[in-house]
Write a protein that binds this ligand. Structure first.
Ligand code: ATP
Ligand code: MG
Ligand code: MG
Length: 581
């Protein structure tokens, strides 16, 4: 693969490595505070990154950007990337999501196992350390237990233009806070009655530094720790601790967290001073998140689409979830290519959905097996071709890859062609079938259209033509007649019937959830049209198989519902972008 394109994060890492920032750093091979890390025998100069999903939903294309970035940096710098479940918020987290996340990171082609190191972690495993660290902060006078309600704390916090006010509990003795913290942990107080807060500066211009809450009381069972805990750490407190325990060097997050960086550093510096954390400490760096047009990626909105039955599930082929994209026919290579093309920057931007689609075309074009399918079938009868006879035609499996060889399929008297390939009254510059015109049956003979049959309503039910016997593709006479049209077909007696799901974008609006828009109003009513079509004989519709159906686009056999007897085929993407303005 080509050398990675540099970006601001690579520049930062290059500088850190040039300064020897990680040389001799010890990694115990397991997460832990200074006391554990310093027992570690491995001296490394490695960088460590992490991908830290919250297991409260399925991964989407935005997560892919973060996965490719973090695992990609670890790969290119011979470091390690941790998969860490950020499961500190018990209400919304479930094992189902943990499994789905593991599945998708692997599918994208990344691995958190590096030799003897298996770097898959759960933040909930650190609840004990977090508690220990909180006690250390309280003892040192850096945190206190507040008895104000959440509402009172909010009103005392001030605004961007107005300083906050100190809590009346801010200066309570450390011993008192320590005892109350222990009572909180033991479940002696109801939800919301007490909170542990960092003691920083209520007058700070950065609101995040105005004594942020570290622990709140939540009498809720957790999907992994059950009822062991009834206090849970806030994200901004948990995250730097998780990073430090795991020896992360570069903690890469999206721009919204830029204002949290001073608190991130405050926590780590204080815990290091107190001897709890080993040096060098992780550093946070922010990059612009992926905002993709024509989709929603908020987990709340995705969940709503699933719950309300607007889609068939988290893996609906129209969703921008990785499970949905996979079912749609996206390959890991296409998604990685898309992420590579996105690059990394610090400036927010919106990316056109067409860029994702183009990455899929670019990935599949050189490697997809070609086949013919007819999705809107109309019968064509070659009236001068003997009944009961058939002969084989040949076509390349892949025109980009001569080694892939040829495929063969029969031609016979009755064929299925696309309804759109015949017009009784052709418009100007229409070169396909109309009475009197000649076209080539792709890989077969040249035919002359002689007429059509219609039903009582005037709908064309059958097209009739005569073939010119010496014009078969690949024979010396094939060039004897010049034609402008070349149409695809399958032999009616031999073709495989299939359900074909013609997927399109889920939303018609490029920015379905911009501002306070109702994103449901922008749902595309034509995002899935199911048709009964015909596949080239010999097509093996094993789940997950992909093809380029000539002239139509890229298709995949649905990984959930397709069987050899009853193929279910999804259209992944058309050959050309029909949405481009
Ligand atoms: P949501 O806000 O929809 O709940 P989230 O960002 O909270 O999503 P997490 O599971 O916490 O979801 O995300 C895990 C990681 O993926 C985070 O490090 C986050 O920065 C990254 N990530 C999430 N969405 C995007 C995006 N659109 N672009 C880039 N990175 C993203
Ligand atoms: Mg979230
Ligand atoms: Mg999050």
């Amino acid at each position: 693969s080509p050398a990675p394109v540099s970006n601001f994060l690579r520049t930062i890492i290059d500088n850190d490595l040039a300064q020897g920032r990680y040389a001799g750093k010890r990694w115990a091979g397991k997460p832990g505070p200074a006391s554990v890390q310093q027992q570690g025998g491995i001296d490394t100069a490695r960088i460590r990154t992490r991908f830290p999903p919250e297991p409260n939903g399925y991964l989407h294309i935005g997560h892919a950007k973060s996965i490719c970035l973090n695992f990609g940096l670890a790969r290119d710098y011979l470091g390690a990337c941790h998969l860490r479940f950020d499961d500190t918020n018990p209400e919304k987290e479930e094992d189902e999501y943990v499994k789905a996340i593991i599945d998708m990171v692997k599918w994208l082609g990344f691995d958190w196992n590096y030799g003897a190191e298996s770097n898959c972690y759960f933040a909930s495993d650190y609840f004990g350390y977090m508690y220990q660290f909180a006690q250390a902060l309280v003892r040192a006078g850096h945190a206190y237990v507040d008895e104000q309600t959440a509402e009172q704390m909010r009103s005392m916090r001030g605004t961007l233009t107005e300083k906050g006010k100190d809590s009346p509990w801010r200066n309570r003795p450390a011993g008192e806070s320590l005892a109350l913290l222990e009572e909180m942990r033991l479940g002696k107080h109801p939800d919301g009655s007490l909170a542990l807060r960092a003691k920083i500066d209520m007058a700070s211009p950065n609101i995040n530094m105005r004594d942020p809450v570290l622990y709140r009381i939540r009498h809720v069972a957790h999907h992994r720790t059950g009822t062991d805990w009834c206090i849970y750490p806030m994200y901004a407190w948990a995250h730097p601790v998780e990073d430090a325990l795991e020896g992360i060097t570069h903690s890469i997050c999206t721009l919204e967290f830029e204002d949290q960086r001073p608190f991130y550093d405050w926590i780590l510096n204080h815990l290091a001073e107190l001897g709890q954390l080993a040096q060098p400490l992780p550093r946070q760096h922010e990059f612009a998140r992926l905002n993709l047009s024509y989709v929603v990626t908020s987990k709340r909105k995705l969940l709503q689409l699933v719950r309300e039955g607007r889609v068939t599930g988290w893996d609906d082929p129209r969703l921008p979830t990785l499970a949905g994209l996979r079912r749609r026919g996206y390959t890991p290579e296409a998604i990685r290519l898309f992420c590579e093309r996105l690059g990394v920057s610090k400036a927010d931007s919106r990316i056109d959905y067409g860029l994702l689609e183009q990455a899929l075309r670019d990935d599949l074009d050189p490697k997809a097996t070609r086949a013919v399918a007819v999705i809107d079938p109309l019968k064509l009868v070659i009236t001068n071709y003997p009944q009961g006879r058939s002969e084989l035609c040949h076509a390349p499996r892949n025109p980009h890859d001569p080694d892939a060889g040829m495929r063969e399929f029969p031609l016979s008297r009755e064929l299925w062609i696309e309804r759109d390939d015949f017009r009784e009254d052709p418009p100007k510059k229409y070169f396909r079938l109309f009475p009197g015109n000649t076209v080539r049956l792709k890989y077969g003979y040249i035919i002359r259209c002689t007429g059509c049959v219609k039903d009582e309503q005037g709908n064309v039910t059958e097209v009739q033509a005569e073939y010119l016997p010496d014009t078969k593709s690949g024979t010396p006479g094939s060039d004897s007649v010049k034609v402008k049209g070349n149409i695809t077909w399958v032999s009616a007696a031999h073709a495989i019937p299939a359900e074909i799901r013609m997927y399109d974008r889920l939303f018609c609006d490029p920015h379905p959830d911009a501002g306070d828009k109702d994103f449901l109003a922008a749902l595309n009513p034509d995002s899935c049209q199911v048709v009964q079509g015909w596949l080239e004989p010999g097509t093996q519709a094993v789940p997950g198989a992909t093809w380029q159906f000539e002239r139509l686009g890229y298709f995949v056999a649905d990984r959930e519902e397709s069987t050899a007897d009853q193929p279910v085929i999804n259209r992944a993407i058309t050959l050309r972008d029909s949405w481009a303005q």
